[in-house]
Design a protein around this ligand. Structure first.
Ligand code: 13P
Ligand code: SF4
Length: 335
């Protein structure tokens, strides 16, 4: 199959559905393709362990955006979800950006449809819009500044205290930031399906069985879970805390993919995934986990599915991301 045929065959499936020879060494093949195509593999911490292990860079949303912006590779292979790959394309449009499965979306991004959000924004013309990076390019284009869980506090604090703010789309992160900064904000009513599923009751029971365990949580979790957390932060911040803290046991309230790096950095420590409300594997992000090593290999080989964007939309979405990067630089959060 050539590249044109491959692009056509992605169709409605969202990924290349081709049988791969079972004897093929996917790790070696991916390394070969990286060199042959001058490609870089960027992976989020929620990706499956094999993907993290072949990645050239693993990070949180802010780290990944920065890496995507600065890379000189010809092809960015984005092992993450759609809004992350889209951000890479927005920041570095001359590179080819591919995503192993185009259906790797995000429930949080889906909770802010652009038309509804536009109408909401128009009702509050005196408000500035800060949007969490987990949103579509259309929402970014309607925003004044983007933030991630690593820099949201600094972004809010960079605005004069009298400035009215709309915060979208995550109401949990927004609520957490209101408390942290003491700033009232108008919150869009969106949430992440993975971070809303943790059971406070089960975490409390776990704490009884593991009295020395520290609860560490992502700020997308509900307020009740955040209230019992010993530390709250982005995925990079959680990883740093788990690695440097003298404690030996941690109950981790975020997507389970992060445990791979935690365990790698601290093989002697115990990391317990915070339990969801029922017995499902709902603390695995179903979108992040659509990417597999097989799909990663195929998308590198055939250079598809590719992220393509309307140039006007790209430029409009870039403005608030650039503002985020400038504020983050001034605050010393990034180099
Ligand atoms: P981070 O930027 O903290 O990695 O968060 C990304 C995400 O999707 C959390 O659900
Ligand atoms: Fe979106 Fe939640 Fe998955 Fe993160 S964990 S990508 S916010 S659905």
């Amino acid at each position: 199959m050539n590249i044109v045929e491959a692009k056509q065959s992605v169709g409605h499936k969202g990924f290349l559905d081709i049988d791969i020879d079972v004897n093929i060494d996917l790790f070696a093949e991916i390394e070969r393709l990286k060199k042959e195509k001058n490609a870089i593999v960027l992976a989020h911490f929620y990706q499956e362990p094999d993907i993290q292990d072949v990645a050239d860079f693993i990070g949180d949303s802010l780290g990944l955006a920065q890496k995507a912006q600065s890379t000189e590779a010809d092809m960015i292979v984005f092992a993450g979800v759609h809004f992350m790959a889209e951000t890479a394309k927005i920041l570095n449009p001359t590179r080819k950006v591919v995503l192993p499965d185009l259906k790797a979306g995000c429930s949080l991004a889906d909770s802010a449809p652009a038309e509804l959000f536009k109408a909401f924004k128009e009702k509050h013309p005196d408000h500035l819009v800060i949007s969490y990076i987990n949103c579509t390019a259309d929402i970014k284009a309607l925003s004044d500044i983007i933030c991630t869980s690593s820099n949201a506090e600094k972004i809010i604090e960079s605005l004069p205290p009298e400035q009215k703010i709309i915060f979208a789309p995550d109401k949990n992160l927004g609520g957490y930031l209101q408390k942290k900064t003491g700033r009232e904000m108008l919150l869009w009513n969106g949430a992440c399906m993975v971070h809303e599923i943790f059971s406070l009751e089960k975490i409390t029971k776990l704490k009884v069985r593991h009295p020395y365990a520290k609860v560490i949580a992502h700020p997308e979790c509900e307020e009740a879970v955040l209230r019992v957390a010993d530390y709250i932060g982005s995925t990079t911040q959680l990883l740093r805390f788990a690695t440097t803290d003298p404690g030996n046991e941690f109950i981790v309230a975020t997507e389970t993919g992060i445990l791979h790096q935690m365990q790698k950095n601290s093989p002697k420590k115990t990391f317990i995934p915070a339990p969801p409300t029922n017995s499902c594997a709902c603390n695995d992000c179903p979108y992040m986990k659509l990417n597999t090593l097989e799909k990663l290999y195929l998308c590198m080989e055939y250079e598809t599915p590719e992220i393509l964007m309307d140039e006007q939309l790209r430029l409009a979405a870039k403005k608030p991301i650039d503002r985020m990067l400038e504020i983050s630089k001034a605050a010393g959060l990034i180099g």
